[in-house]
Design a protein around this ligand. Structure first.
Ligand code: F3S
Length: 284
């Protein structure tokens, strides 16, 4: 008899990650040199797998000068405008896999900054998506991640302030920061650019982890959205394990008699989720 498993429907690739992954898979079939600008996803297993198939990860636009002409795939996080234009000038074939939800933020930031607004991006200043967003403002932007950043902020004259968010930022924290910011009675325009995929995945993980006896979160150790899922599940289910692939659990999980729940971060491919699910259903 197989074990009962609850697999979260939202587990695994989001729309943007899927688009980037498929772009690389399709490009490999073309038999031309393939480059991704930065790792295509926050998942070292996927990146290594593509590297074995000849895909090269390039971090610096200047490197293309010395490389064989081929296709460059821009990952879903997007890039600053200057980088984008330099990539176009390389003469390589460009596939822009920037997620359309991120592209929308680029367009807002570019337009609002051209019209004179100060731009504020709520997010992690080190995240490539945030660096990309900042790079679409014609006059730079301020990144705000916490209360201290708000305290340090000095507006430029009385220009309108346009606030956008990193797509994966926590919705409650975003609201909190915007409310604190609003108290300073600036002339602000708030664009909530948080992507629903993250919220839905977290909400479902919360619900499932409350019902099960053991919970598995599949994702890369470097992936912030996977780490967040782990924290959420661990708070509800003590027996929660953060794994990268099937080999992390074979013969290692404690025996439980009841239900097992599975969720996965936005950069976890379907085949890994299926392998884990099949193992837990039939062999665990
Ligand atoms: Fe795009 Fe949302 Fe994923 S912004 S990359 S679909 S988390």
């Amino acid at each position: 008899m197989s074990r009962e498993v609850i697999l979260c429907e939202s587990a695994g690739f989001c729309f943007g990650a899927n688009r980037g992954y498929n772009a690389v898979e399709d490009a490999i079939k073309e038999n031309i040199p393939i480059y991704t600008f930065g790792p295509i996803l926050n998942n070292s297993k996927i990146v290594e797998n593509f590297e074995r198939q000849g895909v090269k990860v390039i971090e610096d636009v200047n490197e293309f000068k010395n490389l064989l002409k081929g296709k460059i795939i821009i990952r879903s996080h997007g890039v600053p405008k200057e980088t984008y234009e330099t990539l176009l000038e390389t003469g390589f074939d460009i596939f822009d896999a920037t997620c359309p939800f991120v592209k929308r933020i680029h367009r807002i930031v570019e337009k609002e900054s051209k019209e004179g607004s100060d731009i504020i991006v709520i997010g992690n200043p080190e995240h490539p998506e945030v660096k990309g967003i900042v790079g679409w403002s014609v006059k730079g932007a301020t990144v705000i991640e916490n209360d201290e950043d708000i305290a340090k902020y000095v507006p430029e004259g009385d220009a309108k302030i346009c606030i956008v968010s990193q797509t994966t930022f926590n919705r409650n924290k975003f609201q909190e920061l915007v409310e604190k910011f609003s108290k300073n009675s600036y002339n602000i325009c708030v664009m909530n650019t948080i992507c629903d995929a993250t919220c839905e995945r977290q909400a479902e993980a919360t619900e499932v982890s409350k019902k099960v006896d053991l919970m598995l979160v599949i994702g890369d150790k470097q992936s912030s959205n996977s780490k967040k899922l782990f924290e959420i599940c661990k708070a509800n289910c003590d027996q929660t394990y953060f794994i990268q692939e099937l080999s992390d659990i074979v013969g290692r999980l404690p025996r439980v008699s009841g239900l097992v729940g599975i969720t996965a971060g936005a950069s976890t491919p379907k085949y890994i989720i299926e392998e884990v699910q099949n193992y837990v259903r039939n062999d665990f």
